[in-house]
Design a protein around this ligand. Structure first.
Ligand SMILES: CC(C)(COP(=O)(O)OP(=O)(O)OC[C@H]1O[C@@H](n2cnc3c(N)ncnc32)[C@H](O)[C@@H]1OP(=O)(O)O)[C@@H](O)C(=O)NCCC(=O)NCCS
Length: 161
């Protein structure tokens, strides 16, 4: 089945939060672990800079950019498990990069767990490079301490000075 990517709209709030909550249950790729307050998350989502992937009328993934006043934005993204490996993440990232260029941002940044090889492969494909590693940074509910890799993508050459 095919999918489309478009900017997030008001009616996407709950569906996006529900997919996020499912992904959190995996306790693997994203930092958040259950329980997720779906309604609260839905209501505080920022539509500006957020994109959804939709198939058969339902949300199957999303990406959000949190822009800073320093010219860079932080990315968070997730795709429903049954839709992974089919180009959804790539299509969301393409939309994010295009939007960011349009906004005049010079850089995209994100953090990823070292074991998240699928996500890292996606980011590498778009030119993101590892910029650093925060050691034993995230305490999981299990008590484990996970490293976090910081990655960045420069969208334009830095100007002199
Ligand atoms: C990370 C994630 C968003 C990727 O989305 P996706 O729809 O599976 O990505 P795509 O299908 O567009 O794959 C992009 C590339 O990554 C690579 N890739 C994807 N899954 C992979 C895997 N499990 N192992 C290795 N490489 C993988 C592929 O090489 C693909 O490149 P290609 O198009 O040249 O084949 C998705 O796996 C996800 O939501 N995971 C759980 C939440 C998460 O980890 N979010 C990111 C937190 S930093």
């Amino acid at each position: 089945m095919s999918f489309t990517v478009r900017p997030m709209e008001e009616d996407d709030r709950l569906p996006v939060a529900r997919v996020f909550a499912k992904v959190a249950e995996e306790r693997d790729g994203i930092a958040t672990e259950p329980p997720v307050d779906v309604e609260a998350r839905a209501s505080r989502a920022q539509l500006e800079g957020s994109f959804v992937a939709v198939a058969d009328g339902g949300v199957i993934g999303s990406l959000h950019l949190v822009s800073t006043s320093f010219g860079y934005a932080e990315i968070g993204m997730h795709v429903a498990k049954e839709w992974r490996g089919r180009g959804v993440g790539s299509a969301l990232m393409e939309a994010a990069i295009e939007w960011s260029r349009g906004q005049g941002l010079h850089k995209l940044a994100l953090s990823v767990f070292p074991h998240n090889t699928g996500a890292i492969a996606l980011y590498n494909k778009f030119g993101f490079v590892e910029e650093g590693r925060r050691v034993k940074h995230m305490r999981r509910q299990s008590g484990e301490l996970w490293d976090l890799i910081d990655m960045g993508l420069l969208l334009e050459e830095p100007s002199a000075g």
